[in-house]
Design a protein around this ligand. Structure first.
Ligand code: GLN
Length: 189
């Protein structure tokens, strides 16, 4: 069966994911309404602005995402990782609460404190990944079921909880598809 990866298409950095997944031979679908998720095998919640996304997630779409996430891989990137977290601070806001994580919005500072830094990463052949942090949230704490796949300066920046994962940086903007390939491996397993 062909896998279709849904990308929440309400706002944010979506096109680079489509390009990378197309290169990897994977079909994508733009998710705007609840029934767009029908037949998808995984879902990406992109980076962007979490408050704006929240405004556009209708109760019906929220229900569909929560049901989908019970059995299918979901990956939240930056703003998407904020949506994934159980607790959001600075300021506190509603979220989907999928991962046992407390996260601080804009935890590294304002727009002009955005940065790019190589981060050590075990799943890569060359052991580092270009971490592009844009007004990134900072993970403050994680529950026992959450595994850290990469730290930056002792702060978790790439985490997973079973079939769910989150990165506080933007892998779709790096010239490297290792994290996308890792996400796709969750569909098969
Ligand atoms: N600061 C944004 C938020 O709070 C996230 C930024 C991003 O996704 N690059 O939603």
């Amino acid at each position: 069966m062909v896998s279709i990866v849904g990308i929440l298409y309400l706002q944010g950095c979506c096109v680079p994911h489509e390009k990378i997944l197309k290169k990897l031979g994977v079909e994508t679908r733009r998710i705007i309404y609840a029934n767009d998720l029908d037949g998808c095998s995984a879902l990406i919640l992109p980076g962007g602005e979490s408050t704006t996304m929240l405004k556009h997630i209708t109760p019906k779409l929220e229900d569909a995402i929560l049901t989908f996430a019970k059995a299918n891989p979901v990956w939240g990137i930056c703003a998407g990782s904020i949506l994934m977290a159980k607790h959001v601070k600075n300021p506190s806001q509603k979220s989907l609460g999928l991962m046992d994580v407390t996260i601080l919005r804009n935890g590294y500072g304002a727009q002009n404190e955005s940065f790019i830094r190589k981060i050590p990463m075990k799943l890569k052949e060359n052991d580092t990944f270009e971490g592009i942090f844009i007004r990134a949230p900072q993970i403050e704490s994680i529950g026992d079921d959450v595994k850290v796949l990469a730290f930056d300066d002792e702060v978790p920046v790439f985490i997973e909880q079973d079939h769910l994962m989150a990165t506080t940086f933007h892998p779709e903007l790096a010239k490297d598809d290792a994290i996308h390939r890792y996400f796709l491996s969750k569909i098969e397993s």
